[in-house]
Design a protein around this ligand. Sequence first.
Ligand SMILES: NC(=O)c1ccc[n+]([C@@H]2O[C@H](COP(=O)([O-])OP(=O)(O)OC[C@H]3O[C@@H](n4cnc5c(N)ncnc54)[C@H](O)[C@@H]3O)[C@@H](O)[C@H]2O)c1
Length: 258
Amino acid sequence: MALVTGAARGIGRATATLLAECGATVVVADRDVVGAQQAAAAIVGAGGRAEGVGLDVGRAAEVTEVVEGVVARHGRVDFLVNNAGISLYRPLLECSEEDWDAHVDSMAKGTFLMTRAVGPVMVAQRFGRIVNLGSYVAQLNCTTKYFGPYCAAKFAVVGLTQVAAQELAPHVTVNAVGPGDVATEMMEREWEQEGERRGEAAAAVKDRYRQRLILGELEQPDDIAQAIAFLCSPLAGHVTGSHLIVSGGLPFTSDRTS
Ligand SMILES: NC(=O)c1ccc[n+]([C@@H]2O[C@H](COP(=O)([O-])OP(=O)(O)OC[C@H]3O[C@@H](n4cnc5c(N)ncnc54)[C@H](O)[C@@H]3O)[C@@H](O)[C@H]2O)c1
């Protein structure tokens, strides 16, 4: 039984799909309820077990209601993937209080609220795997200019991962996966925002991002889903408190752009 947040599209949807292919019943949760239901229907159409639910992870009352409903219907939660998130390419001095709150609510607060709600269920059943979405930007000395609130929220997620790994042990593991540049709607928007600011076409920005990668290709949502599935699997039974960077090599960059 798996609960994946922000799973209407992108990395979350790929993760929900892969976990269903691995045999899990999946709850596809997203504040885009129509998208969540469509993603769940696609999983069911492919022979899997899934249901879509509306959920804003930054709202404690919604988190409580959804988790209580999931436990009432399914009896347990084995895997929790805290994937919901947003991003914005904007200089720190231009960011509003709303920009800050939106990032912190959907990622740091959302991860806290979901862990607080699901953690006791996993501890009581003496099994659980929690995987949080970090980012390669949540490492020291990365080039993260113009991603202030995003970067702060992702460092918070990695910090929470380390604390939760200690507090929920020994039967529950808690890890983070840190993607690099994954070709999703989130990144398409970032390339548009950066292009507008630099007077460049979004496609040109995207190509520049691709060229800087030492592996030469942007990541796809499945690349991240596979790392998440690994951390949920018995292969990773002794891994906890880690932040697994799956970034195509970032922050190392290709000679082609240096
Ligand atoms: N795409 C990348 O390159 C990249 C890199 C590093 C980390 N990540 C992280 O991976 C995760 C998924 O990113 P993606 O690229 O698939 O993004 P995306 O924008 O394609 O999808 C994000 C999903 O999260 C949902 N969502 C946003 N806020 C929510 C909230 N408060 N409650 C519930 N649902 C919410 C959205 O509706 C959307 O369906 C995010 O945490 C993101 O920060 C992505």
